[in-house]
Design a protein around this ligand. Structure first.
Ligand code: F6R
Length: 252
């Protein structure tokens, strides 16, 4: 069984909008405490509302990203930054182009690089040179993946170059015009990279995430459920909506 929840703070919001606002405020508060801090970002459907709220807060003068350094969790490989399916494009479109962040301090694994192994080593070194990540935002996959760290026999270590599973490649097919353009690989922070962050903020919404959240929080710590390793982190905040919390609300 897991370790109990003393190191994990769980906030169950009424709905997606409240979840997004709460998570945005947690990140903005952290930025106010550390204006020149190092913040980790995620892509996917879940953070879109949170990023909208951060943009609103920026426009209202409630937060400034001017001195923030950003590191994203992952990127497809190979992919051109200009491709609207790249995570580089997603982050600029959903957040970075709409706030006062210094684009020279944006870091996303480079899907255009010629040597993915060297890119991963260099990405990990950049995180270390920045002093490590103060607050890492993550989402969670239905199978418990975080970043592109899929269920496996071992927890991954540093930023690494992974082969996507056939099912993920098939699922991604619909987003690309030509079959040949569907990325077969990805670059992702490893589990150790994520676990090295001082604080982790996990967001999830929808009933479909309720089962995996129960396993992550109350199940065994196992690389078969990568996010279960969060039970061993010293400072995790989980912000979810009511449907995502359906299976854990009675146990916390
Ligand atoms: C995104 C990422 C993924 C997603 C996860 C959940 O950068 O690394 O692990 O956080 O797949 O995705 P959504 O939010 O679309 O449910």
């Amino acid at each position: 069984m897991g370790f109990g929840l003393t190191n994990i703070k769980i906030i169950i919001a009424e709905d997606y909008d409240q979840m997004s606002a709460k998570a945005a405020h947690i990140m903005a508060d952290e930025i106010s405490l550390r204006p020149d801090g190092v913040f980790g970002f995620a892509t996917g459907g879940t953070p879109v509302g949170m990023y909208k709220e951060l943009i609103r807060m920026r426009q209202a003068g409630e937060v400034s990203f001017a001195k923030v350094t950003a590191f994203n969790l992952d990127e497809y490989y190979p992919i051109e930054k200009a491709n609207d399916q790249s995570y580089d494009y997603f982050m600029k479109d959903n957040l970075f182009n709409h706030v006062d962040i210094d684009h020279s301090r944006l870091n996303i694994p480079n899907g255009e690089c010629s040597d993915p192994v060297a890119e991963c080593i260099s990405y990990e070194a950049k995180i270390a040179a920045a002093g490590g990540i103060d607050l890492q935002l993550i989402g969670i996959g239905l199978n418990g993946h975080i970043g592109f760290n899929e269920p496996a026999d071992h927890f991954t270590n540093a930023t690494n170059h992974i082969e996507l599973t056939e099912s993920t490649i098939r699922a991604n097919r619909r987003f690309f015009v030509h079959e040949k353009d569907v990325p077969r690989h990805a670059l992702t922070m490893g589990i150790r990279t994520i676990m090295s962050a001082q604080k982790i903020l996990l967001i999830a919404n929808g009933e479909k995430k309720s089962g995996i959240l129960e396993q992550v929080l109350f199940g065994d710590i196992t690389p078969k459920v990568p996010a279960s390793v969060l039970q061993l982190h010293h400072n995790v905040t989980i912000v979810i909506d009511k449907p995502a919390g359906a299976k854990i609300a009675a146990r916390i």
